[in-house]
Write a protein that binds this ligand. Sequence first.
Ligand SMILES: Nc1ncnc2c1ncn2[C@@H]1O[C@H](COP(=O)(O)OP(=O)(O)O)[C@@H](O)[C@H]1O
Ligand SMILES: [Mg+2]
Length: 403
Amino acid sequence: MTQPVLGILTLYLNDAGTLEERKYYERMTVEGRKLGLQLFVFTPQDVNDAKHRIYAHFYHPESGRWARRWTAFPSLIFDRCRIQRTPRFEQLLKFRSRYSHLTFLNRPLRNKWQIHALLSKDNRFSAYLPRTRYIHSVNDVRDMLKSHSLLYLKPINGTGGRGILRIERLAGGLLNVQGRDQSRRIVPPQRMSGDKLGSYLAKWNLQDVRYIVQQGLQLKLSNGCVHDYRLLVQKNGEGKWGMTGCAGRIGAPGSITANLHGGGRAAKMDQLLEQWIGDAAKRDAVKREVEQFGVGLAEYLELCCGALCELAIDLAIDKRGRIWLIEVNPKPAREVFIRAGETETYRQAIVRPLEYALWRHKQKQRKPAAGVASRDMTEPPAHTAVSPETADQDDNKMRRPSP
Ligand SMILES: Nc1ncnc2c1ncn2[C@@H]1O[C@H](COP(=O)(O)OP(=O)(O)O)[C@@H](O)[C@H]1O
Ligand SMILES: [Mg+2]
């Protein structure tokens, strides 16, 4: 059997060709080698379609350096691309569609609103969803305020706690509004009457950016900081879903989000749960339910959206031990485990997708060579189309030797 090669598909962060997550890819390369899996990193900009070659980035653990060279297409692709409002993203959409016959470990997921709509249709998941509406106008927010005294407004394509607003209806009827802007800067609390809300929200461009409004959960710890949980579910070396770990996140003082990138810190799930729910039996039941929920959710979303190999699920657990789904992330960072002191979970979080890649490769080799004999999860369902973020094509190719 030929040695499998895993290509990590990513996007440059700027025109200077900056790659994100280098440290993570370095660790993946080292772990991949131990398993007999070669790795490289590439972006759609590095692909020569005519010659069917890629000008890829290889990490060399011996020297600790990165170097580039032309290479053949990989046996498997791990897609780490996150939405950008740039022409690079448009190129990515073209790459995904042109090479959709290749073996992708994971296909793009949907935005927050589409995921909510998918899950609300299935009663195994709908009970976990905070009430959520798409914002067509400020009236959607006003309506939600009638039945919920706490709301979160979030961009459907947002990440890392950007552009999030928290609106709380206070006892006297005034509203307390605070959040984080698109650059993740803290927007300090501001009190206003209900009739000022419209003009305040006008600045947030809710229709153009596309927002949802969601029932807010009271997640303040005794020190006043909000918290939530990050659950990681991944496929293993037998192609089966399992929970790799779950860790807590505590928001920075004055922050309405718990994301680590917004200054949050990580904590072990047990430590956080102990200060939140007094009854030990209840805590155990919650932990079992978290695992069952995460695995079931991943299996279901894979059926709806096409191949997946990992998902990070943001969860809230209320005082009564009820679990609420906040968000599903298809391209998770896994730093939360190392920051929570769970080094073995962190290692597994890196190794599992590699073991899964090897399993997929073996499955592929067993299949008859002629085309795709039977449809499996490598193919996205026909309705998986992702709408383009931008329309312009990037012709700004980086200088390189010829393939
Ligand atoms: N409905 C909610 N109730 C309470 N806190 C929430 C709610 N929605 C989001 N948050 C807080 O805001 C953070 C960011 O929200 P999330 O939906 O995960 O968006 P992002 O994609 O920006 O991470 C969450 O991790 C959580 O701390
Ligand atoms: Mg999140």
